[in-house]
Design a protein around this ligand. Structure first.
Ligand SMILES: CC(C)(COP(=O)(O)OP(=O)(O)OC[C@H]1O[C@@H](n2cnc3c(N)ncnc32)[C@H](O)[C@@H]1OP(=O)(O)O)[C@@H](O)C(=O)NCCC(=O)NCCS
Length: 189
């Protein structure tokens, strides 16, 4: 590929990411099957590495319950019907016995069920989704935004670290075969 072609491809990539439209999950237009398939495919490589993330195999009912336990968002390219990403923002911890203590703090928001379509990764869409939920939390007066991932998923920990997240504590989800890290970044000051 020539230098000019590389530059063109980079521009096209950036344009795609910039044209991402993020909207609140709408049960009348957003297919739970499509969102669940996207999650299964996006998390497949993590599952292949031995991390039994719920999102790699969950049913459409679980997708729905996670989307609606917080504010679930769906990303598409402007003018296109295909779903290319999803993230759910939670104002507070969900009602489950194994929720991390850190998620119960009123000054802390967190996000989860975060994925970009496996064919659309590394275009900046995930960054847009993270920045989007951070802006929601900031607007709500949260001081911190948190998330969690497997302790052994060092690539993901680096991804979040590059975005200002730091280690808060370790956590064991009941059904996970791995220990998780709770990560958080300051939204104010
Ligand atoms: C994690 C995940 C959501 C990130 O989404 P993404 O859209 O691939 O993320 P981004 O494109 O914003 O960033 C990924 C990397 O792509 C590259 N990238 C971003 N924008 C780019 C662009 N315009 N051109 C070229 N490369 C780019 C960068 O190297 C970036 O890493 P860095 O900014 O940290 O150096 C996605 O990879 C995914 O769905 N993974 C599987 C599910 C998962 O791991 N979910 C999170 C569990 S905790």
């Amino acid at each position: 590929m020539t230098e000019a072609e590389t530059a063109d491809e980079t521009k096209a990539t950036e344009a795609k990411a910039l044209n991402t439209r993020i909207a609140l999950y709408d049960p009348t237009t957003d297919s739970l099957e499509e969102i669940t398939d996207l999650l299964h495919q996006a998390y497949a490589s993590l599952a292949a590495r031995g991390f039994n993330y719920v999102a790699a195999t969950q049913t459409t009912e679980v997708t729905k319950s996670r989307l609606t336990a917080g504010k679930g968002y769906i990303a598409r390219l402007t003018g296109e019907a295909k779903i290319i990403g999803t993230v759910t923002y939670y104002t507070t911890a969900r009602v489950a016995p194994d929720e991390p203590e850190y998620y119960k703090k009123s000054a802390v928001g967190h996000f989860g069920q975060f994925a970009v379509h496996h064919g659309m990764q590394k275009l900046g869409i995930g960054s847009r989704l993270v920045e989007f939920v951070e802006s929601l939390a900031r607007a709500e007066g949260k001081e911190e935004m948190a998330c969690d991932t497997a302790e052994g998923a060092t690539d993901l920990i680096e991804y979040y670290t590059r975005r200002g997240y730091r280690l808060i504590e370790y956590h064991q989800w009941d059904k996970a075969c791995y220990r998780s890290v709770i990560l958080s970044r300051r939204l104010v000051g």
